[in-house]
Write a protein that binds this ligand. Sequence first.
Ligand code: EPZ
Length: 419
Amino acid sequence: MDKLVIEGGYPLQGEITVSGSKNGALPILLSCMLIPEEVTLAGVPELRDIQTTCHLLQLLGCHVERTPEGMTVRAGNGLQHAAPYDLVRTMRASVLCLGPLLARLGRAKVALPGGCAIGSRPVDLHLSSLEKMGARFEISGGDINGRCERLRGAHISFDFPTVGGTENLLMASVLAEGETILENAAREPEIQDLADFLNSCGAKIQGQGTSLIKIQGVSSLHACRYTVLPDRIEAGTYLAAAAITNGSLTIRNCPLWAMDAVIFKLQEMGVNIEAGQDKTRTVVKPGGDIQGIDVTTQPYPGFPTDMQAQFMALMSVAQGAGMIKETIFENRFMHAQELMRLGARIKISGNTAFIRGGQELTGATVMASDLRASASLVLAGLAAGGTTTIRRIYHLDRGYENMEDKLSRVGARIRREKE
Ligand code: EPZ
């Protein structure tokens, strides 16, 4: 296993370019199973979760290849219906196979994703909504076995604006018979991108980005070339990295239109951010002390839960007190204990973290527990005096493309070592 070793205390200086979105590319890649012809996707990031997704597509019978033009996926007509447990357990989002496989084959066998570090993460809303479209599920031997005739359009209202549930239902409905209405749908930019991609392939989706999405089923989809949207969470992480080191960074390929909540909260802390006119570039400049604030995670367009851990690191060094309320996942504070090893003063009460701030952090060895917790520890290490060693950074590699290279190029003293 690899670890990261960081000598903290160096303000970042220079330019970082954001890669394609992990949570955008992943559902778009799986949705290629809806299209028999070869699709070319530009901007697909080089990440472990993307490698896992491509491996899954290959196991399901697709031809997948990374070429100079981008990632090509050809589902053809030889799709298999079973996604194996050994692969699904490494990436819960494999459950997003259900929609495309039921739509194309009328059957799907996907291992029930186990729990994960940040919460139980059930998929009950996925299954109950697909049942309204005519799918029948049986859970046996740890697998979800789904069957259906041709899926029928249905009027679905989600109890919770589930991102994965909305994505699964979007993919299930584009080839269904008749109209599907999704109420209380998730509004995340990655869902808008999935719908825009599918419309480029001939689907008839309206309302993506709002909580009411309408899909008219079509008989088939055709190939297209598409560029995946940039990663708003990676971009937010690097904005926080500039802020925590009181550095000066220009972030290119930044999806500013999808980052209002994060940028407003950084500015509320006193971070000196100038959003570029062209909506793809932003500049952070040294602004002196930052102040602790209150943050509550919400479904988009509220403050994203995927930036919560990074803000906890930021608030650990801010002046004054801060409060973070996590409303999306039930166990997403594991980074707090590790931040405390670096000297952060944090109290957890239920789904709320109270951060005392005003603390000089000092380097130590810490353990990554999940993807965004890892990013939080990197940020804290960049600010801490002395050496911070972060173990189990395979978590980080799931969602950040070449993080240590991108940070080294803007002055961070960070290197990867074998354990
Ligand atoms: C997606 O997860 C993202 N993953 C997560 O990013 C992100 O944190 C999350 O959306 C919220 O924005 C991908 O896109 C691959 P949900 P997902 O369905 O789809 C409950 C990262 O760090 N729920 O909106 O699993 C669930 O338990 C990852 O990049 C049900 O109860 O999110 C959770 O508490 C982490 N039943 C809440 O809803 C269901 O059937 C949010 O889940 C589905 C969800």
